[in-house]
Each structure stands twice: as structure tokens, then as C-alpha cells.
Write a protein of this length. Structure first.
Length: 139
């Protein structure tokens, strides 16, 4: 595998021989890191997909890149900005017209943040040391 390192705006190519083997242990580790669970059929499919992806990337090593400047950006343009234009917006009645629930002024949505429950100590003898809402009692 060839890897490029940019130093002082020049590309230095370093050759790494890194044959990557996609095995069940690698798929299990990736599943663990991504907090996913796969059955055996899914593992087999994922293993094949990863092997095809790696083969595709390794195919790029066959390209002759001598004299090719590294592409740092897709365009030579820098900070192409547009002028701010004031445009109209919808009024409140029109915005609330299709809302499933509103009070005439605001959208009403279900609560998504629950109030904190008091912390209960793991040991009964700690009850005296913990006050309301899990905070230590003031002395």
C-alpha cells in the first residue's frame, strides 16, 4: 500500500506493505466499536463487503502518480460567498396552520428532557448523608 505524507507542500510517498485480512475477529471488533450486533449471515456479508472495499482501494496502488501534485481542495476558489438578500418569510398563522398541536402562538411538542430523579444511595446508612435530589445536606 502506498501512503502519501504532505510536508512543506510536497508529497513524499512511503510504501507500506500491509496486506489486510478481514476475518471474523475484525468484524466483531468493528461491531463492538460501532455498538452493532450482527448474526452469522450479516457477518458473512459484511466480511465480503469489507474485502471488496479493501481490494478496490488496493487497486489504486497500481496507478503511476509520479509528478502528480496532491489535491488538497476540489477547487482553487477560496471563500466564495454570496451577498445576503432579505427575503420574505411566513407569518405565524401560516406557520402554525399545519402544526399537529399548537397554542395559537407556539408549536407544542412532547417533552424530551425528563426531570432528574433523586439519587438513592446504595447503602441505607448513607441516607443521613444525602439530602434532597441527591445533594449533600448542609451542616
Amino acid at each position: 500500500m502506498m501512503m502519501g505524507i504532505i510536508t512543506n507542500y510536497q508529497l513524499q510517498t512511503i510504501n507500506y506493505l500491509c496486506p489486510m485480512e478481514v476475518n471474523d475477529a475484525m468484524v466483531d471488533k468493528l461491531a463492538h466499536l460501532s455498538r452493532l450486533h450482527f448474526n452469522e449471515t450479516e457477518k458473512f456479508e459484511i466480511k465480503n463487503d469489507l474485502q471488496r472495499m479493501i481490494a478496490f482501494v488496493e487497486k489504486l496502488n497500481e496507478l503511476d502518480l509520479d509528478g502528480v501534485e496532491p489535491l488538497l481542495h476540489m477547487s482553487d476558489e477560496v471563500n466564495v460567498l454570496r451577498e445576503d438578500v432579505v427575503k420574505g418569510s411566513v407569518n405565524r398563522e401560516e406557520a402554525l396552520k399545519n402544526a399537529p398541536l399548537h397554542d395559537g402562538q407556539f408549536f407544542k411538542v412532547p417533552k424530551v428532557i425528563k426531570p432528574l430523579s433523586p439519587v438513592r444511595p446504595a447503602h441505607p446508612h448513607l441516607n443521613d448523608q444525602i439530602g434532597q435530589a441527591g445533594r449533600p445536606k448542609e451542616v
